[in-house]
Design a protein around this ligand. Structure first.
Ligand code: CA
Length: 326
């Protein structure tokens, strides 16, 4: 009799707990980091199509300006670690031996072949088990082209997948006499991304610039302050005056591993108290570091640390994991 009671009580507790879990998990988002970049060269349209099919909630766009002021979707201000620029335009490098996106017009950038990321000094590909370097026929594209691609797929599939653009190195752009932020905001506005209700999250590492986007440029978009250095973690209260979330390095959330279980810094709880969402980078199934499996990484950060979303090169694995918890 007693065991039946315990069983019924357990069943009751279990059924009460479910909707809460579901609610929380439903708000957890998967951001395809540079597209499905674990499978196809980063930031190519092909990698974005794959991420879309994998049902990532958001697809990321890193943005750098061309010489003729077109925001290009590319991770760095340089071209030589993801394209064949050094072969096609050998005379166009700067004194530091690097090739800069900003030195090329959009029509020139479109002639380059994009490849899996490699070290330009050694020629070696960064993630050896990913898509083979030099294979395929991939190209660079603009922010507008990618928005039209994602919005087009949203129309044809009936899905509602968002964009997650990043303003890259505003200081560098300023020194080159350009204003990347204002050009990007204008394009986002043109395509209907104006407020927090629109399916767009704007991110930047430069805190001065992100604050300016909210307070001076009066953007009403959902803003995420990316965090690189440990001392920035102490500025959460200030970030909360203009941002809606933070994007820390995942290691800033971890503290120690004791008896096989991780303990955590106060970053996530502190951010949540200030109403900030937490979207750490980067979940890579082929670069696990302190974790013994990708499953352990996801359990530790999504469930134990209670993050609100994550940037990942492997959106299918994270989507499946979160769905299996629903
Ligand atoms: Ca990024």
């Amino acid at each position: 009799m007693k065991s039946i009671l315990v069983f019924l009580l357990g069943l009751l507790l279990f059924s009460c707990k479910q909707p809460l879990n579901k609610l929380k998990m439903n708000t957890t988002i998967v951001i395809a980091h540079r597209g499905a970049s674990g499978y196809l060269p980063e930031h190519t349209m092909e990698a974005k199509a794959m991420a879309f099919e994998m049902n990532a909630d958001y697809i990321e766009q890193d943005l750098v300006l061309s010489k003729d002021d077109v925001p290009i979707v590319i991770h760095d201000i340089y071209l030589d670690d993801v394209t064949d620029v050094a072969i096609k335009f050998p005379e166009r490098k700067r004194k530091d031996n690097r090739f800069y996106v900003i030195d090329f017009a959009f029509n020139e950038l479109q002639t380059l072949k994009v490849t899996e990321r490699f070290n330009p000094k050694t020629g070696e590909q960064v993630y050896p088990n990913r898509f083979p370097k030099g294979k395929g026929n991939f190209k660079l594209h603009s922010l507008s082209e990618e928005i039209e691609f994602i919005q087009g797929l949203n129309t044809s599939t009936g899905k509602n997948i968002g964009i997650y653009p990043e303003i890259k190195d505003p200081e560098f752009h300023k020194k080159e006499g350009k204003n990347l932020t204002e050009i990007v905001l204008k394009i986002l506005d043109k395509y209907g991304y104006k407020t927090k209700k629109d399916n767009c999250i704007l991110q930047c590492f430069d805190a001065y610039e992100l604050e300016r986007i909210r307070k001076e440029l009066k953007s009403e978009l959902f803003l995420v302050q990316l965090i690189e250095f440990p001392e920035e973690v102490k500025q959460l209260t200030h970030f909360a005056t203009y941002a809606n979330g933070i994007g820390p390095w995942y290691k800033q959330i971890l503290d120690k591993k004791v008896n096989g279980k991780f303990t955590f810094s106060t970053l996530v709880t502190d951010a949540h108290k200030l109403g900030l969402k937490v979207h750490p980078y980067t979940f890579r199934a082929d670069a696990l570091d302190e974790f013994s499996s990708f499953e352990e990484m996801m359990q530790t950060l999504f469930i134990d640390a209670n993050i609100d979303g994550a940037f990942t090169d492997f959106p299918d694995l994270v989507v499946n994991y979160l769905n299996s918890r629903n």
